[in-house]
Ligand binder design. Structure first.
Ligand SMILES: Nc1ncnc2c1ncn2[C@@H]1O[C@H](COP(=O)(O)OP(=O)(O)OP(=O)(O)O)[C@@H](O)[C@H]1O
Ligand SMILES: [Mg+2]
Length: 271
């Protein structure tokens, strides 16, 4: 079932340069979609359009059959959660505890349930010792962890993670990534992750490659990575395995060893 349908979407911050130029794509229910693209390619703008924080200049966004407009935006926000790229923009509570509980209060969750949920998610992001800290007492990565906990606790159907682990240490990235996979596979949530990291994007079901506000490529990671020439035009770092494959497939001696070239291609796509 189609969960998100975007058609001919256009958006400009200043009425002249289009940050989003005629975008169209579909996301199926339960899919994990990774949006990749260079700095300024429009990824965060698209995320803000998808939650109705920005209003499109043209085109439509339909989520769960609801077309985004002033009347439906509140209903749509109940379905779509987001972790922003900059955690400072997301911190709304006086303390970590209040921040995670904020969205739950808006959802009218009862006090005992709220305490339980805050407890559960603060543990998942490894911040249980910081419950009473204020935002200025936290590092960037710690704020990012709190933002992730707050968004996860809301238990929405669709989750958007905009570079949500960019400030985390390697262990933090692994824990949160594992949890995102679990949300998708076990809890059947539709997930959108935004990153520049093609290595990470290989793990998703589908990819959308943005280049200067346009869709350069869409499809499964296998499809997308088979268009290496288009990918190269997008200023993204081609994964190491793929570069090795590329070198090998240009080497006359290695070319003769079809099995080796095939093995390298398979390796470059391993998740
Ligand atoms: N608030 C704003 N006002 C004006 N222009 C903006 C604003 N936010 C973004 N832009 C411009 O819109 C374009 C798309 O920006 P966006 O933040 O969506 O890119 P991005 O793909 O998320 O980049 P990054 O990888 O750096 O996060 C850029 O050219 C950017 O300069
Ligand atoms: Mg961004």
């Amino acid at each position: 079932m189609t969960k998100i349908k975007v058609e001919n979407l256009k958006f400009s911050y200043n009425n002249k340069d289009e940050a989003i130029q005629n975008l169209s794509f579909e996301i199926q229910e339960g899919d994990w979609v990774c949006i990749v693209g260079h700095n300024g390619s429009g990824k965060s703008t698209l995320a803000k359009l998808l939650i109705g924080l920005l209003k499109a200049d043209a085109g439509t966004i339909v989520i769960d059959g609801l077309e985004m407009n002033e009347k439906t935006v509140q209903e749509i926000r109940k379905k779509v959660g987001i972790v922003f790229q900059n955690p400072d923009n997301q911190f709304v509570g006086v303390t970590v505890k209040h921040d995670i509980a904020f969205g739950l209060e808006n959802q009218c969750v009862s006090q005992p349930d709220m305490i339980k949920l805050v407890d559960e998610y603060v543990n998942i992001v490894g911040m249980k010792d910081y419950l009473n800290k204020e935002p200025h007492q936290l590092s960037g990565g710690q704020k990012q962890r709190v933002a992730i906990a707050g968004a996860l606790a809301m238990n929405q159907d669709i989750m958007i993670f905009d570079e949500a682990t960019s400030m985390l240490d390697p262990e933090g990235v692994r824990d949160i990534t594992d949890f995102i996979v679990k949300l998708n596979k076990d809890f059947k949530k539709t997930i959108i992750t935004i990153t520049h990291d093609l290595e990470f994007a290989k793990k998703a079901d589908q990819m959308i490659v943005l280049n200067k506000g346009k869709v350069a490529l869409t499809g499964t990671p296998d499809d997308v990575f088979s268009h290496k020439n288009i990918l190269e035009e997008t200023d993204l770092n081609i994964p190491f395995g793929m570069r090795v494959f590329d070198r090998a497939s240009k080497d006359e001696l290695l070319q003769k060893d079809e099995a080796l070239v095939k093995a390298l291609w398979a390796y470059s796509l391993t998740k």
